[in-house]
Write a protein that binds this ligand. Structure first.
Ligand code: BGC
Length: 719
C-alpha cells in the first residue's frame, strides 16, 4: 500500500474503528484462545468489554503459529476494511531458545553475537506468528536493587547505545516487508525508567534535563537511529510528569526534535496509572493527557476507547491526532507486509524445525560462554582433570537458569550445570543440593558436607531464583540468600579448594562468598545452554572473557556506585585514610568491589606502552592512540582492551572517566597485537549547561586497560 491508499483507508474508517486501532489487549481476552497467563483481573473490573476485545487493533502476548493464524483469520473475516491484527510480545532474550539475560549479553562486549541472538529470536518468534517484540530494553542502570537491571546491558551510555543498535539490527534486518523471519523492534522504556529512586520498581525518576540527555537518552536515540520501528513509554515520572502523559518528552524530544514517526505505545496500563500518580483526574483525563502527549497505542486499559469519542466531540481533542496515530499504526502493519499477507511468517510446520534448533542452541551456547565473568581465581579453575569434584548448591539441581522474561522457553529444556558436568567428569563428580534458594534442612547440609569431604575440590552453584530479579523484583538486601551463605560457611570449614558459580540477575553484594571461595565465576542466568557453557568454562574447554558492565558494590549502602561518576571538591586520597572532611564513608571504601569493565581469564595479558600520536589535537586533526597487548600465558584467550577519557575541566563537571572505545582481541599463547583507537573531537562532546552538545578546548586524560580501574594513562590538549 502506498501513502495515498493508506490515507484513503483512514478516510473510510469510522471514528470507532480508528480508536479501536489504538487499543492493545492480551490474547487471553480473545474468545477461543486458551492463554491464561496474562490475566490481571476480571475484564469488567478493567472496564473492558467483549466488543472492545473483538475490535482492538493489536494483541499482546499470543504466540504459536496455529493460535495466531486462527485468531487472525477470524478477525479478518469480521474486519470491514480488511485491516489485520498486529501481534506483539516480549521477546527479550530469546523466544524458545533462550539466550543469557541481556545484562549478561552486555558483559560479553560482543556486538556480533548480540545481534545474532536477536536475529535468532526474531526467526523463532516470527514463525510462531509474532510481528513486534518489546525489545530492546536499553534503560541505563546504576542501582542493582532494581530487579530490571537484568533486562539491560548496564551502566554505560556508550556501550548501551552500541548494544541497542546491534539488537535492532538483529531483530529487524534490513527489509521487514520481504524478510518474514524478522520482527519490528520496540525500544523501551522511554525514558529513564532505570533511574527509579531507591531501586524500587515504578518509583519516581527525577533528574536534570542535562543528566537525562547526557546519560539516559542516548541508547533510546541510538536504537531509533538504527531504524527501530516502535518505542514504549515508561511507567515512571520524568520531571514530575508520568512519561505516558509527558508532552515535552514525547511530542517535544521524541517527535519534534528526533523526528521519530513510528509507533509509540504505552506500557501496561500506564495511561490509567496516571490517576494513581496524581497526574490525571480520571480515565477521561488520562486519555486526554496521553493522546496529547502523542501516545499511539494504549496497552491493557480502555481509556482511549471509552473517552476519546467524547473528547473529540467536545473539541478538547482534535481528530487529527487520532488520524496521525492510526496512520502510524497502519504504516507499521503495511511495512510488515500484513495487508498482503496477514499471516506473515506464521507457519506451524516450520515452527517445529526452527524453534530450539541445533544451530540456535549453538548460538545460545556461544553467548553463554562469552557472557560469563571470572571474578576471582586463586589457581582453582580450570578444574584439574585428576580432581574429584563435589558440585553443591541449589543450582546443581533443577533451579531455573533461564531467568525472567524467558518467553516460551521451558526451564526443563535448559542444560543444567549438574548434568553437563556429569557428562564431562563422569565418576569424578558427585552432586548434592546443599540447600534450596533460601531454605536449608539439617539433612541437606549433612549430605552436602559428606559429599564435599570425599572430594578434592568443591564447586558451589549458588544464586538468586529467577523471580528475585525482573519486573517487580526489587531487593534491599542484595547478598545471596542466608541459607546459601550458611552453606558456604559450613563448607569452608573443610578447608578444601572451593570455586563458586553464581546464577543471578543483578550485581550482588558478594560478602560471604567472594572472600570464602578461591574462585568465583559469574554466570548470570545463562539461558538454554547455560549448563554446558559453564561446565566447559569450569573444566577449561572454554576460557572466560566476559567483563562487567555494571559495577558490583562493596555493600548496598554505596548504591548507586558506578564508574563514570564525578569527582568532588574534596576527593578522597586513599593513602590518607585518617582524613575526615573528605568525600568518603567512614565504614566502606568509595570504590565498588568490582569495577565496570572487570573480568579475568585463564590467560594472562601484558600491556605495553601507551603511545599517542601527538599531545595536541583539533577537530581537523584527530589523535591516534595505540597499545600493544601480549598473551603471556600458555593458553589462547580473549582480551577486551578498553579506552576511557576524562575531560579534566569542563563548563560543567565531567566524569572521572568515560568509555569511548574498546576492542576485543583473540591472542594465541605468546602472541602480541597492537590495538589502535582514533580520538576525534566528536568523541569529546557533551551536553553543556545550555544543553548544547559541543566540546571544550583544554586538557584531557586518556586511560587504556583491561577494565575501568587498572589503566595506563596519557594526556593531550584539545585546541
Ligand atoms: C513491562 C514491559 C512489557 C509489558 C508487556 C510491562 O509490565 O514493563 O516491559 O513490555 O509489560 O508485557
Amino acid at each position: 500500500m502506498d501513502q495515498k491508499q493508506m490515507t484513503d483507508l483512514i478516510q473510510q474508517m469510522t471514528l470507532e474503528e480508528k480508536i479501536a486501532q489504538l487499543l492493545q489487549l492480551t490474547a487471553n481476552l480473545h474468545e477461543g484462545t486458551d492463554d491464561q497467563s496474562q490475566i490481571t483481573g476480571p475484564m469488567e473490573e478493567m472496564g473492558i468489554t467483549e466488543e472492545m476485545v473483538r475490535a482492538s487493533g493489536s494483541v499482546l502476548g499470543l504466540s504459536g503459529a496455529s493460535s495466531v493464524i486462527a485468531l487472525q483469520q477470524e478477525y479478518m473475516k469480521k474486519s470491514r476494511l480488511g485491516i489485520p491484527l498486529l501481534f506483539m510480545a516480549d521477546v527479550v532474550h530469546g523466544f524458545k531458545t533462550i539466550f543469557p539475560i541481556p545484562l549478561a549479553i552486555g558483559c560479553s562486549w560482543d556486538l556480533r553475537l548480540a545481534e545474532k541472538s536477536a536475529e535468532i529470536a526474531a526467526r523463532e518468534s516470527s514463525v510462531s506468528g509474532i510481528h513486534v517484540t518489546f525489545a530492546p530494553m536499553v534503560d541505563l542502570v546504576r542501582d542493582p536493587r532494581w530487579g530490571r537491571v537484568m533486562e539491560t546491558t548496564g551502566e554505560d551510555p556508550y556501550l548501551n547505545s552500541l548494544f541497542a543498535r546491534a539488537f535492532v539490527r538483529g531483530y529487524q534486518g534490513s527489509n521487514l516487508q520481504e524478510d518474514k523471519e524478522r520482527l519490528a523492534a520496540c525500544v523501551k522504556h522511554f525514558a529513564a525508567y532505570g533511574a527509579a529512586e531507591g531501586g524500587r520498581d515504578y518509583n519516581t525518576v527525577d533528574m536534570s534535563e542535562r543528566q537525562l540527555r547526557e546519560y539516559y537518552l542516548p541508547a533510546y536515540k541510538a536504537a531509533l537511529d538504527e531504524g527501530c520501528e516502535m518505542i514504549m513509554a515508561s511507567f515512571n515520572t520524568v520531571d514530575g510528569i508520568p512519561a505516558s502523559g509527558n508532552e515535552k518528552l514525547m511530542r517535544g524530544i521524541l517527535r519534534d526534535e528526533w523526528g521519530f514517526d513510528g509507533v509509540l505505545i504505552s506500557d501496561w496500563a500506564s495511561i490509567r496509572e496516571m490517576i494513581a500518580h496524581g497526574a490525571a483526574e480520571d480515565d477521561c483525563d488520562a486519555a486526554y493527557r496521553a493522546i496529547r502527549a502523542g501516545v499511539d497505542i494504549e496497552m491493557m486499559t480502555p481509556c482511549y476507547v471509552q473517552h476519546l469519542p467524547q473528547l473529540i466531540k467536545s473539541g478538547r481533542v482534535s481528530e487529527a491526532w487520532i488520524d496521525e496515530a492510526v496512520l502510524r499504526i497502519l504504516q507499521l502493519k503495511n511495512k510488515l507486509g500484513l495487508f498482503e499477507n496477514p499471516l506473515r511468517g506464521a507457519d506451524p510446520e516450520a515452527e517445529s524445525e526452527v524453534l530450539f534448533s541445533a544451530e540456535h542452541r549453538q548460538a545460545a551456547y556461544d553467548l553463554a560462554v562469552k557472557s560469563s565473568i571470572l571474578l576471582k581465581n586463586n589457581d582453582v579453575l580450570p578444574l584439574k582433570p585428576e580432581s574429584n569434584v563435589a558440585l553443591i548448591g541449589p543450582f546443581a539441581g533443577q533451579e531455573d537458569i533461564l531467568g525472567w522474561w524467558s518467553c516460551v522457553g521451558v526451564k526443563e529444556d535448559a542444560v543444567q550445570l549438574g548434568a553437563a558436568l556429569q557428562e564431562r567428569l563422569n565418576h569424578k563428580l558427585t552432586i548434592a543440593e546443599g540447600c534450596g534458594i533460601d531454605t536449608m534442612t539439617p539433612q541437606q547440609l549433612a549430605q552436602a558436607m559428606d559429599t564435599a569431604r570425599s572430594a578434592d575440590v568443591i564447586v558451589l552453584a549458588l544464586g538468586e531464583s529467577a523471580a528475585m530479579s525482573g519486573e517487580g523484583g526489587s531487593r534491599t538486601d542484595i547478598k545471596l540468600p542466608k541459607a546459601q551463605l550458611e552453606l558456604v560457611k559450613e563448607l569452608k570449614k573443610l578447608g578444601k579448594p572451593m570455586a563458586a558459580v553464581l546464577f543471578n540477575g543483578r550485581p550482588l553484594d558478594l560478602h560471604g562468598v567472594l572472600g570464602e571461595a578461591d574462585a568465583v565465576l559469574e554466570a548470570w542466568f545463562p539461558g538454554s545452554e547455560g549448563g554446558a557453557a559453564i561446565a566447559d568454562l569450569l573444566v577449561g574447554k572454554a576460557n572466560p572473557s566476559g567483563r562487567l558492565t555494571m559495577s558490583f558494590p562493596q555493600t548496598v549502602g554505596q548504591v548507586p556506585v558506578y564508574y563514570n561518576g564525578f569527582n568532588t571538591g574534596r576527593p578522597m586520597d586513599p593513602s590518607k585514610t585518617g582524613e575526615r572532611y573528605v568525600s568518603k564513608y567512614i565504614d566502606s571504601p568509595n570504590e565498588p568491589l568490582l569495577p565496570f569493565g572487570f573480568g579475568l581469564s585463564y590467560s594472562t595479558f601484558e600491556y605495553g606502552q601507551l603511545s599517542i600520536s601527538s599531545h595536541e589535537m583539533s577537530a581537523e586533526k584527530p589523535l591516534e592512540v595505540s597499545i600493544s597487548v601480549t598473551n603471556t600465558s600458555a593458553r589462547a584467550g580473549i582480551e577486551t582492551v578498553q579506552l576511557y577519557i576524562r575531560d579534566v575541566c569542563g563548563e560543567v563537571v565531567r566524569p572521572l572517566r568515560e568509555l569511548k572505545g574498546f576492542e576485543q582481541i583473540e591472542l594465541e599463547p605468546g602472541e602480541s597485537k597492537t590495538v589502535k583507537f582514533t580520538i576525534t573531537e566528536e568523541l569529546l562532546r557533551y551536553h553543556h549547561s545550555d544543553l548544547s552538545f559541543t566540546s571544550d578546548p583544554g586538557s584531557f586524560h586518556i586511560f587504556v586497560g583491561p577494565n575501568s580501574r587498572d589503566t595506563l594513562q596519557a594526556s593531550f590538549t584539545l585546541i
